[in-house]
Design a protein around this ligand. Structure first.
Ligand code: PBG
Length: 325
């Protein structure tokens, strides 16, 4: 070899597994992970979703079993979504204490108490016949302020049903402040608000439609964010923080790591990210074909999301990965 002096050898830090483990900067921990769960009204047992391999629509019984398994694996929390059998224009099932999401919340809270953090998706799209996240005006637009009334009612019913956290995912302006006010007025001052602060109008929610059996008329681009915009996410986060959000979230995760890292730098409350249905579907589909190593991709995707700044990660892989850690 010629006589140039090679002092800096970054490869020294990668020479074997023990050194790599010592210097690993990002470590996943089971408690970072939150498992989203779907509970379907009237279901007799779990049914696997075609576009989300390994993910189930649960019956009430299997919901409780899955939540207990997640907790046994050490996950930090569970996030519940309801799949109703009937839908209407205002999403009545969302605020009915006997609506499937609220019944599911009671079942999980009865079984687990305060052993884990129980979260509820707070949005109308699972419950509306048109599939939008809010109620509509006569000419078919999503009515922001009328929707806030529905969300406030939903927040109180979910807290009454046992949710420790309400996850505001509808992207209506003012939803955090409005729901905070309603929760406090009802005596739920300890109920946390997880704000989907920066939620993009993403193609990656596709398989979720199958999971909640929802059909959407039109699209969500008048309320969810344009994928082209980054700075807007910081504005959304600032507003949600000012309105009293306890946790802010970026969603989807992997295509928005730049946004996530900027939000993490700006936020003085915990930051979450949601690895959504389409992110799982892409990993599973490519894995099934043998085009990628599915298990490594799962771990790498979650590590990347944490490295970018997410302290909490919502992922359908929560139980599986928690067990493997
Ligand atoms: C709204 C909501 C959606 C998801 C979580 N909450 C759907 C949407 O906004 O279109 C998507 C989650 C996923 O794709 O995994 N209720």
């Amino acid at each position: 070899m010629s006589s140039f002096e090679l002092f800096h050898r970054p490869r020294r830090l990668r020479q074997n597994a023990a050194v790599r483990r010592l210097v690993a900067q990002t470590r996943l921990h089971p408690a970072d992970l939150v498992l989203p769960l779907f509970v379907k009204e009237g279901a007799a047992g779990p049914v696997e979703l075609g576009s989300m391999p390994g993910v189930m629509q649960h019956s009430l019984d299997s919901l409780v079993v899955a939540a207990k398994e997640a907790v046994a694996a050490g996950v930090g929390g569970v996030m519940l979504f309801g799949v109703p059998t009937k839908r209407d224009a205002i999403g009545s099932g969302a605020t009915d204490p006997e609506g499937i999401l609220n019944v599911g919340l009671r079942a999980v809270r009865d079984a687990l108490g305060d052993e884990t953090v129980i979260m509820a998706d707070l949005c109308l799209d699972e419950f509306t016949s048109h599939g939008h996240c809010g109620v509509l005006t006569a000419d078919g637009r999503v009515d922001n302020d009328a929707t806030l009334e529905r969300y406030a009612e939903m927040a109180v019913v979910q807290a009454d049903s046992g949710a420790h956290v309400v996850g505001l995912s509808g992207m209506m302006d003012g939803q955090v402040a409005y729901c905070r006010g309603a929760l406090d007025a009802a005596g739920h001052t300890d109920t946390l608000i997880l704000a989907y602060a920066a939620k993009y109008a993403s193609a990656a929610y596709g398989p979720f439609r199958e999971a909640v059996e929802s059909t959407l008329e039109g699209d969500r681009s008048t309320y969810q964010q344009d994928p082209a915009n980054g700075i807007e996410a910081l504005r959304e986060v600032r507003l949600d923080l000012a309105e009293g959000a306890d946790i802010v979230m970026v969603k989807p995760a992997l295509p928005y790591l730049d946004v996530l890292s900027e939000v993490a730098a700006e936020s003085d409350v915990p930051v979450a990210a949601y690895q959504v249905s389409g992110e799982l579907a892409m990993i599973e589909a490519a894995g099934e074909r043998g085009w990628i190593d599915r298990d490594r991709m799962v771990r790498e995707s979650l590590t990347s999301i944490k490295r970018a700044g997410a302290q909490i990660i919502l992922t359908y892989y929560a139980t599986e990965v928690a067990r493997s850690l």
